[in-house]
Design a protein around this ligand. Structure first.
Ligand code: ZN
Length: 325
C-alpha cells in the first residue's frame, strides 16, 4: 500500500510539488512507454502482464518484482502468460487452514501489537472460514510482521500473495520509520490508520488483489490497461530507439512475444485480475474499499463489497446448529 501522492505533495509543500511536476515532464506522457518501465526487459513485461499486473512502476529485485506499490512477486511464482477474466482475487487462495497465526516479528515493536490485534478483530468480525489469532513473538506464525525501510518512502507496507502451495503469504513488511515502536507514540487516529494498512497487507497474504485493479487512476497509480495507446506505442518503438534512449536491446523474438500477447486480446475489455462475483467490476463502484492500492488520511473499515469479497473467498463454515427442532 502506498500513500496517495496528492497527500504527500500537500504535506511536504511547494518544493516537493514542483519536483513532482518536473519528474512528470521528464517521464513524458503516459502514452510513452519508455519512461515507465524502470529498466524492465521485454521478457519481464511479458511475464508481468501475463500474470495480470500493470508493469509500469514495477521495481525489479534480485529474486522477483515489487508490483503495484506493495506486492512482492517472486520469479518462481510468475507463470506463463495467459488470459485472466476480470474486489479481485489471486490465482491461489489459502487452503487447509482453519486458523491463521500472526505475530510481530520484532520484540522491540510493542506498539505494533495493538494495531495487529485491531486488524485481526476486523477479519474475525466478518466470521469467515478462517480464524485469525495473534501469537507471541517466539512462536511459529503463518504471517509475520517485519519492520522494514523501503527504498520508496511513499510505500507503507508490502505483502506476498498465497503461493501454489495454498499457504498464506508469510511476510508483511511495514515501514518502520512511519510506525513507531512504542504504543504511546500513536496519537489520534494513527493506530487505526496503521491497523488499516496491516489489514490491507493481510488481505494480499490471503489472496486479495487491489480493488482498483480495473482502473489504477482511481486510487493513485497510472492506468495503463485502460490506455491502448500505451501498448500500441510500445510495439512501435524500434529496438534502435530503445537502445539509444535506455540502453536496452530487445530481440525480434521479444517484440513478437509482446505483440502476440496484445494482438490476441481486446485491450478495452481485458481485465487484469479476476473479479470476485457479487462485487463491482469497476473501481468507482467501491471507493472506500480497504484493498485500494493507495490510502489517504482516513481509516477504511470493510465495506459491504469488501465483506462480500471475503466471504466469497472464505465462506463461513456450515455447522450443525441448523438441526431441525
Ligand atoms: Zn496493496
Amino acid at each position: 500500500m502506498k500513500i496517495r501522492k496528492l497527500v504527500c505533495a500537500l504535506l511536504l509543500g511547494i518544493a516537493v510539488l514542483s519536483a513532482c511536476k518536473k519528474n512528470d515532464s521528464a517521464s513524458k506522457s503516459q502514452d510513452d512507454p519508455t519512461g515507465k518501465l524502470n529498466g524492465l526487459s521485454i521478457t519481464d513485461v511479458i511475464k508481468l502482464v501475463g500474470a495480470g499486473f500493470d508493469p509500469s512502476f514495477t521495481v525489479k529485485t534480485t529474486d522477483g518484482y515489487l508490483v503495484e506499490g506493495d506486492i512482492f512477486v517472486s520469479n518462481a511464482s510468475l507463470r506463463d502468460p495467459r488470459k485472466i477474466t476480470g474486489q479481485y482475487m489471486t490465482d491461489d487462495i489459502v487452503e487447509n487452514y482453519d486458523t491463521i497465526r500472526l505475530k510481530v516479528n520484532d520484540s522491540t515493536y510493542t506498539g505494533w501489537i495493538a494495531a495487529l490485534d485491531n486488524a485481526i478483530a476486523r477479519y474475525n468480525g466478518v466470521k469467515l472460514k478462517l480464524t485469525f489469532i495473534r501469537v507471541p513473538q517466539d512462536s511459529t506464525a503463518e504471517i509475520n510482521l517485519v519492520p522494514y525501510v523501503f527504498p520508496d518512502p511513499s510505500t507503507l507496507g508490502q505483502s506476498v500473495f498465497p503461493g501454489a502451495n495454498k499457504k498464506p503469504g508469510s511476510e508483511i513488511k511495514l515501514k518502520s520509520t512511519e510506525y513507531p515502536k512504542k504504543a504511546e507514540d500513536y496519537a489520534g487516529n494513527a493506530l487505526s490508520l496503521f491497523a488499516c494498512v496491516i489489514t490491507h497487507e493481510i488481505g494480499h497474504a490471503i489472496g486479495m488483489r487491489h480493488t482498483d485493479a480495473g482502473d489504477r487512476t482511481f486510487s493513485c497509480l497510472p492506468n495503463l490497461y485502460g490506455n491502448a495507446t500505451f501498448f500500441k506505442n510500445l510495439a512501435k518503438y524500434t529496438n534502435r530507439q530503445m537502445n539509444k534512449l535506455y540502453g536496452v536491446n530487445w530481440s525480434d523474438a521479444d517484440w513478437n512475444g509482446i505483440r502476440d500477447i496484445y494482438n490476441g486480446r481486446n485491450e478495452f475489455s481485458y481485465s487484469p485480475a479476476a473479479n470476485i462475483p457479487g462485487t463491482p467490476a469497476t473501481a468507482n463502484g467501491d471507493p472506500g474499499s480497504w484493498m485500494l492500492a493507495c490510502m489517504g488520511d482516513n481509516d477504511r473499515p470493510f465495506t459491504k463489497n469488501d465483506t462480500i469479497a471475503l466471504k466469497y473467498l472464505y465462506p463461513v463454515k456450515k455447522d450443525t446448529v441448523n438441526i431441525a427442532k
